[in-house]
Design a protein around this ligand. Structure first.
Ligand SMILES: [Zn+2]
Length: 695
């Protein structure tokens, strides 16, 4: 599981204002972005009877004035200055529980439910809507000389979100833009509706601006808090497909001095759709350290096919303008060099970690990273460098302490670590597990941990019929408690995983309770990280709603293998039952009935973050167990039920080996296998909010 998400949210909240790099041709992305974020009033039009934005309908009241907004001399939206009414329809049944959960978070938004739909309504004091084609059919504007109203200018100044600017820039030369961003000004709140019909996204989401409290270093800034999201022109389970993919990525990390690093990335990006004229990448522009210190990651070079390219850096997004639009199948090579003091040595420890955050440029959603990696990491001689993949060249004094690895694709997330580590290699049947412990060598514990990895790997290979993707697996101890992470070729695991009874007894009084708490179920946690080798490194996912295919499936598969790996059957059953009862406890702790499938859409409050965990690591695996029991019940035989259940998992992994799959495919496989339509069952327990009975 990834508690690292908290870090991402913090970074998000601590957003910087726009900064641009690279050469600037006429009308570059950076100046267009700025113009969109503070548009000018270019004319006035007669008020329309209504304005439709996604599923919202806005009706201007008597006396309201309607203006055209422009950016860089081009109409970019309309502004309703004065009263209007808003009705927003939630007609995607599966999204209704989200609206029910979150509507009251916005002041002045009323929720009404009828049948399987919901309507949110409110009285607006002002409305601003961006969209390249929104003014079409609204009549010719007449001259107007006025400025943006105070409320809107202040909101645009204080908001941390990068829309409308980012997605308007991205759709600026699209033949069918259709993108909309609306800001609704209520008496005591402001709402934001983002409508993105682009083929890779097809989602609209309503939220409200939440003011960061005084305790934050960014007090008073506005963050969007989600209320409800809905798919556009599809049901939730119809996958939106990626528009670009990174296929070959070479990364060079040089830790030249202290916490400073220089990172060079060369990546081949292919268009998976027609008319790709701008790359939307993920790349952090700053790093927030454990001591809340902000450090910049600066771009010093950026080229496309060897020629400097114009780009726009926005917090964790990097937009790169292509010299010419790409058609489906065409590709370019992007080269980016960055540097900064981002190799943080946490609390003075002697290691740094470049984890799953975007420390090098890679496609942002709806793009995919399906790359083969060539990674090289150079560190001062006092540190041992690591990177995911097969070791092509180990670090030596003669090569300047450089490790070179290769990771077969398609994979997502390159990672690198370096520090004062001691490594123990445990090889069984040609599979090598390298366990690196921090500061001191702990040989017995390292072999014990490697034993769990080998047992679970062998069990899952046997159950799923597809080999584990990583012949060399680096397991690296992180000097912290209570989490694990499994980027490709690497497992980060915190120190309770490498604690012997003797060393546990020697811990200080103040950390002993933490060690005990986190040590419980440690084998299950290691097994969970190994299971990520298949879920999702073998069977690929890209959409947020498919998260359960990674987390809940890894959770269930690892529980099965911990049971199977137990020499003693009774002990194995005890361990499995203990997991099931943990899933039940988490499920019953949910603050509201919620959908496993939409776990990532709950919101960003503490209760939402907890419920997300309960859904993905509790209700999700519980639903899988219920399905296994249901198969046994309908077959009238537990053995036959198990056979069907594991054949189903195996078919999914085999059919989607290194391919993009989704829950809908799992439903189809099950339906084909059993001759019974499983869609209604999934609509209740996976897509919907019901909890199945489990014995
Ligand atoms: Zn996980």
């Amino acid at each position: 599981m990834s508690l690292r998400r908290a870090f991402t949210i913090l970074t998000f909240a601590a957003a910087l204002r726009a900064a641009s790099v690279g050469a600037a041709p006429q009308q570059d992305a950076s100046s267009l972005f700025s113009a969109l974020e503070s548009p000018v009033i270019s004319g006035e039009i007669d008020p329309p009877a209504l304005l439709a934005v996604g599923r919202a309908v806005i009706r201007p009241g008597a006396g309201a004035h309607v203006f055209v907004m422009s950016a860089s001399g081009r109409p970019c939206g309309v502004l309703i200055d004065g009263s209007a009414t808003l009705t927003y329809t939630v007609d995607e049944t599966l999204s209704v529980p989200l609206a029910r959960r979150n509507a009251s978070r916005a002041h002045g938004l009323a929720l009404q439910e009828s049948g399987s739909q919901a309507t949110l309504s409110g009285t607006l004091k002002g409305t601003a809507v961006w969209g390249w084609d929104i003014d079409k059919g609204l009549g010719a504007p007449r001259p107007a000389s006025t400025k943006l109203p105070e409320w809107l200018a202040t909101l645009l100044e204080k908001k941390t979100e990068r829309n409308p600017g980012r997605d308007m820039v991205l759709s600026a030369s699209s033949p069918a833009p259709g993108y909309r961003l609306a800001i609704f000004h209520l008496a005591d709140d402001d709402l934001r509706l983002n409508v993105n019909p682009a083929s890779g996204v097809r989602t609209e989401s309503l939220g409200h601006y939440w003011k960061l409290p005084a305790i934050s270093s960014r007090a008073g800034w506005l963050v969007v808090e989600p209320i409800v999201s809905q798919p556009i022109g599809r049901r939730w389970w119809d996958l939106a497909s990626p528009d670009i993919a990174a296929s070959d990525t070479e990364i060079k990390v040089v830790n030249d001095d202290g916490e400073h690093g220089v990172i060079t990335t060369r990546t081949k990006v292919q268009a998976l759709a027609d008319h790709v004229d701008m790359l939307q990448l993920e790349l952090l522009s700053e790093w927030v350290t454990a001591r809340d210190e902000r450090r910049l990651l600066k771009i010093t070079k950026l080229t496309i096919d060897g020629t400097p390219a114009s780009s726009l850096q926005l917090d964790w997004n990097l937009l790169v303008t292509l010299p010419r639009p790409l058609s489906k199948g065409q590709s370019i090579t992007l080269e980016v060099t960055t540097e900064g003091r981002i190799l943080e040595l946490p609390e003075g420890d002697n290691y740094w970690e470049l984890g799953t955050d975007a420390w090098y440029p890679r496609p942002a959603w709806p793009g995919a990273e399906w790359a083969a990696f060539h990674i090289s990491v150079t560190t001062p001689s006092r540190f041992v460098p690591f990177a995911g993949g097969d070791v092509i060249q180990p670090p030596t004094a003669s090569n300047g302490n450089t490790i070179v690895t290769e990771l077969k694709g398609p994979m997502q997330y390159a990672t690198a670590v370096a520090g004062r580590y001691k490594t123990v290699t445990d090889e069984r049947d040609g599979w090598r597990v390298h366990v690196s412990t921090y500061a001191a060598s702990r040989e017995a514990e390292a072999h014990r941990l490697a034993g769990v990895v080998h047992a679970v790997r062998a069990c899952l290979e046997n159950a799923l019929g597809v080999p584990y993707p990583f012949h060399d697996l680096e397991v690296v101890e992180i000097n912290d408690w209570g989490w694990g992470q499994a980027p490709p070729g690497m497992i980060f695991i915190t120190k309770e995983a490498l604690l012997s009874n003797a060393s546990a007894a020697m811990l200080d009084e103040d950390v002993r309770p933490m060690a005990e708490l986190t040590s419980r179920g440690i084998n299950e946690r290691i097994a969970h990280e190994v299971a990520h080798g298949w879920f999702p490194h073998v069977a690929k996912i890209v959409s947020r709603e498919e998260s359960w295919l990674s987390e809940s499936f890894a959770e269930y598969a690892s529980a099965v293998c911990i049971q199977r790996a137990s020499a003693d059957t009774k002990r194995g059953k005890f361990l499995f039952d203990r997991q099931v009862s943990g899933w039940k406890t988490r499920t019953s702790a949910l603050s509201d009935p919620a959908s496993v499938y939409l776990a990532e859409y709950l919101g960003g409050r503490e209760a939402d973050v907890r419920d997300r965990q309960r859904l993905l690591y509790g209700k999700g695996p519980l639903v899988l167990h219920a399905l296994r029991q249901e198969l046994a019940r309908t077959a009238g035989d537990e053995k036959e039920g198990d056979r069907l259940f594991f054949t189903w998992l195996r078919s999914y992994i085999k059919n989607f080996t290194y391919k993009l799959g989704g829950t809908r495919h799992l439903v189809a496989i099950l339906t084909q296998m059993t001759g019974k339509d499983w869609q209604p069952w999934f609509e209740r327990y996976v897509y919907g909010t019901e909890t199945p009975k489990v014995n």
